[in-house]
Write a protein that binds this ligand. Sequence first.
Ligand code: GAP
Length: 434
Amino acid sequence: MGKKPTPTVMDKLVSLTKRRGFIFQSSEIYGGINSCYDYGPLGVEMKKNIKELWWKSMVYERDDIEGIDASILMHPRVWEASGHVEGFTDPLVDCKKCKMRWRADQIDVSKGCPNCGGELTEPRMFNLMFKTFMGPVEDQAHVVYLRPETAQGIYVNFHNVREASRQKVPFGIAQIGKAFRNEITPGNFIFRTREFEQMEMQFFVKPGTDEEWFQYWKEKRMAWYERLGIRKEKLRFHQHGEDELAHYAKAAFDIEYEFPFGWSEIEGIHNRTDFDLKRHQEYSGKDLRYFDQEAGEKYLPYVIETSTGVDRLMLTALVDAYTEEPDRVVLRLKPQIAPIKAAVFPLVKRDGMPEIAHQITDSLRKDFKVFYDESGSVGRRYRRQDEAGTPYCITVDSQTLEDGTVTVRERDSMEQIRLSKDKVLEFLKEKLDK
Ligand code: GAP
């Protein structure tokens, strides 16, 4: 019998996320569908927390960025104007022998198939947009696309948002929403999927000030990852060379994270110039210029874009937090993004301890996602919460019956303190506000 291969960190993480209800394979009972995933009870909470953290820093903490939520289906001309119909393509090659499919720009085609060395087909250009039909007639005139980026919903609303919110350039528009790409090589769990969620912000600036703003957003975005709790040494910038630049960009930097499968992009910061507004002006026939009252001139603003993926940040945070210790596995998630903020346990199921633990749980519910657990030994209950990334566990024990104090155990240090049960809410509020 052959030896079982040792599971990699990614294998172990995938299995933990399934076991604990973070992430499931989509349509699993039918054998799953390639590269589609569902977020379970803990996953949906964590995803919501990541989005909130981003939205807070973009929209609530500044007065020069407005939020929108544009529709996924847009006028098909949008994608002609944006360049996606023509240019959003990857070169695809197939192995004639083992039938594996590759992106020609990611392998050395002169060496044949990376899997079996077989002969490869000539590259074919493959458009990454998903197509469907609007209405009952399935012909070319009724084709619509599932958006491959949320950015275009922002450009076409530039003047709507500006007028309604009375913003002046420079200002930005932020959006969180689903995007779809028929990726040739999806993979690495939720790193590259065909359906994903983006968090994008387009900042409109006066031409000539774009390089300064580009620098500003580059630094601002890198600093934000501290709020997500990502280790600094695992992050770096990667500047796009001429051959890597997207069709719309004058300059681009990626923020990369060091995953177990190597350094990979988690966010793109692009100077898109006036490419998009100019193209929409041309294709729609509408004047999209901005009248700058102070300068007394009309111009098409330049755009600095920051674009990241919720799913990719979820993977980043999970990988970064995953820690194996001699007697436990712990997700050292920043408390702000942890799905459950506190678990409450009665030490035993008698002597009135469950009642007190329930009262504490109820007093916390309005402010936090909390979890009551009375099953198994307290040690096992701690381990379960460590794996779920819960930062605090509160235990009601016999001393609680005497003096009204409970044990509060911190996840990472495993240190325990005693606190009056009436002070738990205040304690958590203070800890989770940071
Ligand atoms: N609007 C610009 C834009 O879409 P991008 O570099 O193609 O730029 C931005 O994508 C971010 O969106 C990436 O850094 C990544 O976080 C996320 N993303 C892109 N494609 C993805 C995919 N197939 N699966 C998951 N996330 C993806």
